[in-house]
Design a protein around this ligand. Structure first.
Ligand code: PLP
Length: 392
């Protein structure tokens, strides 16, 4: 027996499907108010009716830290850091996964699959375990950060290392799902992933006391998250909870920046990057599946998509950890490197309020931190030796 009715892409044009609500209906649901915590607090804005039993690990409700030093260094009046690394598997992916796995269970799926640069794999494996489903994850061989692989192993996923790029792994997964209707797809082509991830916008709006920032900055890889966050802000205006949407700034790594290029050139087509390269392995993607929706998010919001160098990403990772006490993985630090560049270029001004989304925890990729340069000294266990070692 196949899974009951999941569809991911349009049979006519091949684009990922989007869940669209009747405006009056959504407004009526939003007026019921938000109750509870995390992602499921926004149930009225999610595509489930009646009694649903969420497959949850308490995702969402992540802190929005007010920057104490970094904002000042950049000359910004208001910089807020949305710390998505504090989700259950330490990345923003959990927001989408709780909703998509809940849908998979509702459709009586028993197996789920994804292609991943690491964080999706960790999150899929955890939520599948929570729901008692089998998970299959395909990762590009040799680039996935150790912490993420360790998570997928621990949660019991069947891991296949593909000798190829993420883009190739995703193509295989899409083909597998189209041939075998019994396997449920967990990549962000799945519209339920987008629905869960859009709650980040709702949470930012509530945490800012019913305001929205002038700019929201986030790293972009396969472009599911920029799609989701923009959808969330648009829905907030549609139901009348806010009048203003932020400008969305997407940030890519220079070696994997097909969207930044398309945006800069004003293209309506994507020219894929055949061999994407960057230390920020989470966003090492050359052919983002949601490219059309990402360009639309940047254009409709009056934002942009830019690219930053690996050096500036690693510098931003260090600065964030040392000035704010927030340790993120390299892809997440792209938000800060991008913000810095956008300020230098005059795109973002001193008086703008900015939310930087920090998508994943630094412990996911411990090797990236070791590359910062280690200041370690060894000492005998005695007070004199210690004083010598510390130079005090
Ligand atoms: C830490 C981190 N940041 C950013 C991204 C990019 O998100 P998206 O692929 O939705 O653009 C990813 C995707 O894997 C990620 O793991």
């Amino acid at each position: 027996m196949g899974i009951e009715g999941p569809m991911y892409t349009c049979p006519m044009c091949g684009e990922p499907l989007t869940i669209v609500y009747n405006k009056g209906y959504l407004k009526g649901r939003a007026l019921e108010g938000f109750r509870g915590r995390g992602v499921w607090r926004y149930s009225p804005m999610l595509p489930f009716e009646g009694d649903v039993k969420p497959v949850s690990l308490n995702e969402g409700d992540t802190p929005l830290h007010r920057s104490l030093r970094l904002g000042g260094k950049l000359g910004l009046e208001e910089l807020l850091l949305k710390n998505e690394g504090l989700n259950p598997t330490a990345s923003f992916k959990d927001r989408g996964m709780t909703v998509a796995v809940t849908d998979a269970v509702r459709r009586k799926a028993s197996r789920v699959i994804c292609a991943s640069t690491g964080n999706t794999a960790a999150s899929v494996a955890a939520y599948a375990a929570r729901a008692g489903l089998k998970s299959y994850v395909l990762v590009p061989s040799g680039i996935v950060a150790r912490g993420k692989l360790a998570q997928a192993v621990a949660y019991g996923a069947r891991i296949v290392k593909v000798r190829g790029s993420f883009d190739e792994a995703l193509e295989i997964v899409m083909e597998t799902v189209s041939r075998d209707g019994d396997i449920y797809l967990m990549n962000s082509v799945n519209p339920y992933r987008i629905e869960g991830q859009k709650t980040l916008a709702f949470e930012v709006w509530e945490q800012m006391g019913g305001r929205t920032p002038d700019w929201l900055v986030l790293p972009v890889g396969n472009a599911g998250n920029i799609t989701a966050v923009w959808k969330g802000f648009k829905e907030l205006t549609e139901v009348g909870l806010t009048q203003r949407t932020p400008h969305i700034l997407g940030v890519q790594a220079e070696g994997a920046s097909p969207l930044a290029r398309a945006f800069e050139m004003g293209f309506d087509e994507l020219v894929p990057v055949e061999n994407p390269e960057t230390y920020a392995t989470a966003i090492r993607i050359g052919k983002p599946i949601s490219w059309r929706r990402a360009l639309a998010a940047a254009r409709e919001s009056g934002g942009s998509i830019i690219s930053v160098s690996d050096d500036s990403i690693l510098e931003a990772q260090k600065t964030l950890a040392r000035m704010e006490g927030v340790f993120v993985e390299p892809a997440s630090a792209a938000s800060i490197a991008g913000l810095e560049k956008a300020m230098e270029d005059g795109l973002i001004g001193d008086e703008d309020s900015v939310v930087a989304v920090l998508t994943g925890h630094g412990l996911k990729d411990p090797d990236s931190a070791i590359r910062m340069g280690v200041e370690e000294v060894e000492a005998e266990p005695g007070p004199e030796a210690l004083a010598m070692a510390l130079g005090v």
